[in-house]
Design a protein around this ligand. Structure first.
Ligand code: C2O
Ligand code: CU
Ligand code: CU
Length: 439
């Protein structure tokens, strides 16, 4: 498909995934998810075979969690293959993390239970079984998680789901001539890039919003694609990174998002329609203002305090080199081995991790913790990249040092993952395991 012209209108109404409200049982918020084969019309007029949760046709319902709540999540596997359910960006015990060790076999139900110990953020969930993550996510298995908290500064930011608080799940896809999904794993430096952009499973979408500030919760749930986003009227304000609010809103021209990344931005439709555009695809999403819808306020000048990790806290340093290994991809010269623990970290330690690239384009994702970027090529990050992150873009020209506290949950048995979030690379071995051990 050619790049879409930002001056023309979108053709398909944006699908908004259902919101899944929990059922409360003895003070615990219970969510039931079931993953199964489904079919979905992306806007081509053809029902394509997909995978989704809770009969969504594509993707899964958006989960709304409350900071401080106790959760119980039940995930039933209606596929003929194994799967897992990973809560990407969530700070949870290793046994609840849904990584490759938490197989849910066909017909089985897996239960995760944990407390939400992190602030408001946009997270997501997706399968994480070794070797099949790319295929299952590409087929539609992914959903958004919205964590809410009682931060008074955020009270006036647009937060009516699907009205002025819009989930925007970016996924590039490839279709066969008869409209079915066409999946392949690609061993290339930049993974498998697909020719068509879907947003919440919709090709060439538009959505109707109030005339005023609109919040977009952007999630790059693509196999390998990196987006370079702008808005047609020139301004967007970033209010949150992967792990929650920035200290203050940051005006930006361009937002670069690698696979796994999230960002929340405010765009203003009070002067007319706004197009979200990408350097490669052209128009991503048309926002059509309706003056009859009540408009929210602009964000306040302070959003959330961030407890910055100071160099004095640092107990140790590690280096991670991302490179080709054998006929796949690896980290520090090794491809993923479920039987090998690559890094052992003392519970309560704070560390600096330097991530460098010998070959390829990658995003480095760490489970369980939200980290802070200390430097990019030796320079401190700009304000819009100085908040909480769990996924960061790294290339041969972009060496990143991150700081993380490992103070949530020790577990001597089950490891957490760190990996490239280009799903091709992850499935081809670019993943390692760390354990947090009580000293
Ligand atoms: Cu989005 Cu290891 O995960
Ligand atoms: Cu993750
Ligand atoms: Cu990679």
């Amino acid at each position: 498909m050619n790049a879409l012209d930002a001056a023309t209108a979108g053709t398909n109404e944006l699908m908004i995934p259902d919101l899944l409200e929990p059922t409360m049982v003895d003070g615990v918020a219970r969510y039931d998810l079931s993953i199964a084969p489904s079919s979905h019309d992306f806007g081509t007029g053809v029902d394509a075979e997909t995978i989704s949760y809770n009969d969504q046709s594509i993707l899964g319902p958006t989960l709304r969690w409350t900071s401080g709540a106790a959760l119980e999540l039940h995930v039933t596997n209606g596929l003929e293959d194994g799967t897992t359910a990973h809560w990407h960006g969530a700070d949870v015990p290793a046994e609840d993390d849904g990584g490759p060790h938490s197989l849910i076999g066909p017909g089985e139900t897996w239960t995760a239970d944990f407390d939400v110990i992190q602030p408001a953020a946009t997270l997501w969930y997706h399968p994480h079984l070794m070797g099949t993550s790319a295929e299952q996510v590409f087929a539609g298995a992914a959903g958004m998680i919205i964590v809410d908290d009682d931060n008074p500064n955020a009270a006036t930011i647009p937060q009516t789901y699907g009205v002025d608080d819009i989930p925007v799940i970016l996924q590039d896809r490839e279709f066969t001539a008869d409209g079915q999904l066409s999946f392949e794993i690609d061993n290339d430096d930049d993974g498998d890039l697909n020719p068509d952009l879907t947003v919440n499973g919709t090709l060439d979408p538009y959505t109707t919003v109030p005339a005023g500030p609109v919040r977009l919760r952007l999630l790059n749930g693509s196999q390998a694609r990196i987006y370079e986003l702008q808005v047609s009227n020139g301004s967007m304000v970033k209010i949150a990174s992967d792990g929650g609010y920035l200290p203050a809103p940051a005006s930006i021209d361009t937002l670069v998002m690698g696979p796994g990344d999230r960002a929340e931005i405010i765009v203003d439709t009070s002067a007319g329609e706004v197009m979200l555009v990408d350097a490669n695809f052209g128009r991503v999403l048309e926002l059509r203002p309706d003056p009859n819808l009540p408009a929210a306020e602009h964000p306040p000048s302070t959003l959330a305090a961030i407890d910055m990790i100071s160099p004095d806290e640092v107990d140790g340093e590690r280096t991670f080199v991302m490179d080709e290994v054998g006929d796949g991809w690896g980290i520090n010269g090794q491809r993923m081995d479920m039987a090998r623990i690559d890094q052992t970290i003392a519970f309560n330690d704070t560390e600096y991790w330097t991530v460098t690239v010998e070959d390829g384009i990658h995003t480095f994702h760490v489970h369980q913790t939200q980290f802070q970027i200390v430097s990019i090529n030796g320079e401190p990050p700009p304000p819009e990249d100085a908040g909480w992150e769990d996924t960061v873009l790294v290339t041969e020209d972009r060496e990143v040092v991150i700081a993380a506290r490992f103070n949530s949950y020790p577990n001597p048995n089950i490891p957490y993952m760190f990996h490239c979030h280009l799903l091709d690379h992850e499935d081809l071995g670019m993943m390692g395991q760390f354990q947090v051990i009580e000293g």
